[in-house]
Design a protein around this ligand. Structure first.
Ligand code: URA
Length: 438
C-alpha cells in the first residue's frame, strides 16, 4: 500500500477503506509516514470530509495504534470528561477535584493547547514542579490513593493521535468533524473509562461554530462512544474571565475557594453533575449538583486539588498563595473608549491573541510562557462607558502587550443596542436522543 495513493484518493473526495485508514494511523503512530505526507492527507480530509464508516474506522485504528489502558484495578465506575476545546475553558481543574471529593474516582488524561484553544496539560505545567508525564502504573496508583490524577496521555496510548494532534495544530486542520471525533474518541476509548461526558462547544470560539455542526459532532461521538453524554455549551465568549495558562489556574483556584462565581462555575457544576449521574453515585442531576456544591462550600474540592498537585510533584501551596504561580513582566490595563453594550466577541481571535502573547504554540516546537495572557472584566451584554475597564493584560514586553491590546480591541464589538445574551448550554445528546435547553 502506498500513502501517495491514499492521499490522491482522499484529494479526489473518495472514501478510504478500513485497510487504508489503518495503514495511515499506524504510519502516524510509528512515524514511518513522513510529516509532510500526513499533513497533506489531513488537509485532504479537512477539505473533503469522511463518511460515518470512515470516521469510526479511523477512531478504532487510532485507538488500536497503541495500548488500551486497564483501569479495573481502581474500584468503582471511572467517568472521564473531554472538551472539544475552548478559550478560558478551565472546567477540568474545577470539576475533576470536585467530582473526586464526592467519592467518584477521576482518572483523566488531558491534552495540550490546540489552535486557538487552551490545553489542561499546559495549564497544569504552569504550577511549579508539577509533572503531567506519568507511567500507567503510577497513574493508577495515584487514583487508588487519592481518587484523582490528571496527566498527559501516556506515550503508549493512541500514539497516532499524538502525532496527528501536533500536526493539525500547525497545519490549519483542527476544525474537521471526523478528525476531532476520531481524536477525542480514540483517546477516550483507549483510556479505559467506563463512561464519558463530552463538552461540545459552539459559538465564535468553538471548533464547530454553529449549533447544527456542534450537534453533528456530538452525535457522531456519542454514536462511537456508547456510554457517552454530550453537552453542547456556549463558546460565544471565553468561559472563564482569565485566558492564559497560569491565569487560568488562578481562575480555577478562585472558583474552588469560593471567591469567583459565574459561567465557568456553572458549566463545571453542570458537567460534573452528569459525571456523578453516569457514575451512578446519585440518580438525578439536582442531587448531583447539591453534592458538588457541598464539596465546593466545604473546601473539599480545593483540598483535593492541592492533594493532586502534591502527588504530581507540584507545590500545593499555590492553592493558598497565588503569587507562587509564574508572574509576567509587563501589566497593562485596557479601557473601553466608547459607550454602549458589549454585543459580540470573536472568541477565536481572543484565543489567538493569547497564543501570540506566548500562551500557545505557532510551531510544534514552540516553548510556552506560562505567565502571559489577560483577564477580561466584561461579559456579553454588559453596559460599558468610555472608561470601563475591559481587560488587564500580562505580557512579556510592551510591544507584545500593545499587539495583544489591538487584537483584543478588534475582537470585542461594542454597539448601541443591548444584545440577546447566548444560553450557557443548548442541548444534551445521549444515545436516546437530544434534549434542548428551552
Ligand atoms: N480535543 C481533542 O482531543 N482532539 C481534537 O481534535 C479536538 C479537541
Amino acid at each position: 500500500m502506498q500513502i501517495l495513493d491514499i492521499i490522491t484518493k482522499k484529494k479526489l473526495g473518495q472514501p478510504l477503506t478500513r485497510e487504508e485508514i489503518t495503514f495511515f494511523a499506524r504510519g502516524a503512530a510509528d512515524k514511518t509516514i513522513p510529516d509532510y505526507q500526513l499533513a497533506a492527507l489531513l488537509m485532504a480530509i479537512r477539505l473533503n470530509g469522511m463518511t460515518a464508516q470512515e470516521t469510526t474506522d479511523l477512531t478504532l485504528a487510532m485507538r488500536d495504534s497503541g495500548d488500551v489502558c486497564d483501569l479495573s484495578a481502581i474500584p468503582g465506575k471511572k467517568i472521564d470528561k473531554h472538551s472539544t476545546g475552548g478559550v478560558g475553558d478551565t472546567t477540568t481543574l474545577i470539576l475533576a477535584p470536585l467530582v473526586a471529593a464526592c467519592g467518584v474516582p477521576v482518572a483523566k488524561m488531558s491534552g495540550r493547547g490546540l489552535g486557538h484553544t487552551g490545553g489542561t496539560l499546559d495549564k497544569l505545567e504552569s504550577i511549579p514542579g508539577l509533572s503531567v508525564e506519568e507511567t500507567e502504573e503510577r497513574f493508577i496508583r495515584q487514583v487508588q490513593e487519592i481518587g484523582l490524577a490528571v496527566i498527559g496521555q501516556t506515550a503508549a496510548l493512541a500514539p497516532a493521535d499524538k502525532t496527528l494532534y501536533a500536526l493539525r495544530d500547525v497545519t490549519s486542520t483542527v476544525d474537521s468533524l471526523p478528525l476531532i471525533a476520531a481524536s477525542i474518541m480514540s483517546k477516550k476509548l483507549a483510556s479505559g473509562a467506563d463512561g464519558i461526558v463530552l463538552d461540545v462547544k459552539t459559538g465564535s470560539g468553538a471548533l464547530m461554530e454553529t449549533l447544527p455542526d456542534a450537534l453533528a459532532l456530538a452525535q457522531t461521538m456519542v454514536d462511537i462512544g456508547k456510554l457517552a453524554v454530550a453537552v453542547i455549551t456556549s463558546m460565544a465568549q471565553p468561559l472563564g474571565t482569565h485566558i492564559g495558562n497560569a491565569l487560568e489556574v488562578k481562575d480555577a483556584i478562585d472558583v474552588l475557594a469560593g471567591r469567583t462565581q459565574g459561567d465557568l462555575l456553572e458549566i463545571s457544576l453542570l458537567l460534573g453533575s452528569h459525571m456523578l449521574v453516569l457514575a451512578e453515585k446519585v440518580k438525578t442531576l439536582p442531587e448531583a449538583r447539591a453534592m458538588l456544591e457541598n464539596a465546593l462550600s466545604s473546601g473539599a474540592g480545593l483540598r483535593k486539588l492541592a492533594e493532586m498537585i502534591a502527588a504530581q510533584g507540584g507545590d500545593p501551596r499555590v492553592v493558598e498563595d497565588l503569587s507562587l504561580l509564574p508572574q509576567a513582566a509587563v501589566k497593562r490595563v485596557m479601557r473601553a473608549e466608547m459607550a454602549g453594550y458589549l454585543s459580540a466577541m470573536d472568541t477565536t481571535a481572543l484565543g489567538m491573541a493569547a497564543q501570540r502573547m506566548g500562551a500557545g504554540r505557532a510551531k510544534k516546537s514552540d516553548m510556552l510562557d506560562y505567565s502571559v495572557g489577560y483577564v477580561l472584566h466584561v461579559r456579553l451584554g454588559d453596559e460599558v462607558t468610555e472608561d470601563t475597564l475591559l481587560a488587564t493584560l500580562y505580557a512579556r514586553n510592551e510591544a507584545e502587550a500593545e499587539e495583544a491590546e489591538k487584537a483584543i480591541r478588534k475582537a470585542l464589538t461594542i454597539a448601541k443596542e443591548k444584545p440577546q445574551t447566548p444560553k450557557l448550554w443548548d442541548a444534551v445528546v445521549t444515545a436516546e436522543g437530544i434534549t434542548y435547553n428551552r
